[in-house]
Design a binder for this molecule. Structure first.
Ligand SMILES: [Zn+2]
Length: 183
């Protein structure tokens, strides 16, 4: 449970009680777009799968670069509709990168089949993500963000499988999968 403890320490070092949501219920409004397809990072000068330099790009700038669905989720913490994401039922071998900046986030070996309707992982790249307590929508959750570009990725819950017991509930739109063979 080292990963969970690390998250607890990182987020709740100010002695607040931790209440993780157990259910997959989504009480907030999903964003409404005609297409929830992931959009390749085109004309994005900040995108790199090798450069890990921290980015400090304004939302005004991101809005010019990112597709509307990716902007809404990554920069405004919207959530894609359940069961619509391209990686929800997807089990190829490779890596998952931030769709905004190319930062490495997950390995396919930590992906598991969840009934929630979003791609789920039991472990994240420690160098790829950080955590913030999210009390929006009357819930107490742990938000997962990209360490390089500060984009919203999804939330992490403590009802995942072994060995970590964690369930990283991610938006497909925020992710970009790269098969090992393509590297
Ligand atoms: Zn990123």
């Amino acid at each position: 449970m080292w990963l969970k403890n690390e998250i607890y320490d990182e987020i709740f070092s100010f002695n607040h009680p931790v209440i993780f949501l157990q259910a997959c219920t989504q009480k907030y409004e999903p964003i409404k777009t005609s297409s929830m397809e992931n959009t390749e990072a085109k004309n994005n000068p900040y995108y790199s799968r090798t450069d890990t330099t921290k980015l400090n790009v304004s939302n005004d700038e991101w809005k010019k670069i990112l597709a509307p669905d990716l902007y809404a989720i990554a920069r405004e913490a919207a959530t894609e509709r359940a069961f619509t994401g391209k990686y929800n039922e997807f089990d190829e071998i490779g890596g998952y990168y931030c769709a905004v900046c190319g930062n490495h986030l997950f390995r396919s070996t930590s992906k598991f089949s969840s009934s929630c309707g979003w791609p789920s992982f039991f472990e994240a790249d420690k160098e790829g993500v950080y955590y913030v307590r999210d009390q929006s929508y009357g819930m107490d959750r742990v938000e997962v963000l990209c360490k390089r570009c500060d984009s919203h990725l999804g939330h992490v819950f403590d009802d995942g499988p072994k060995p970590t017991g964690l369930r990283y509930c991610m938006n497909s739109v925020s992710l970009e999968f790269v098969a090992d063979a393509q590297k």
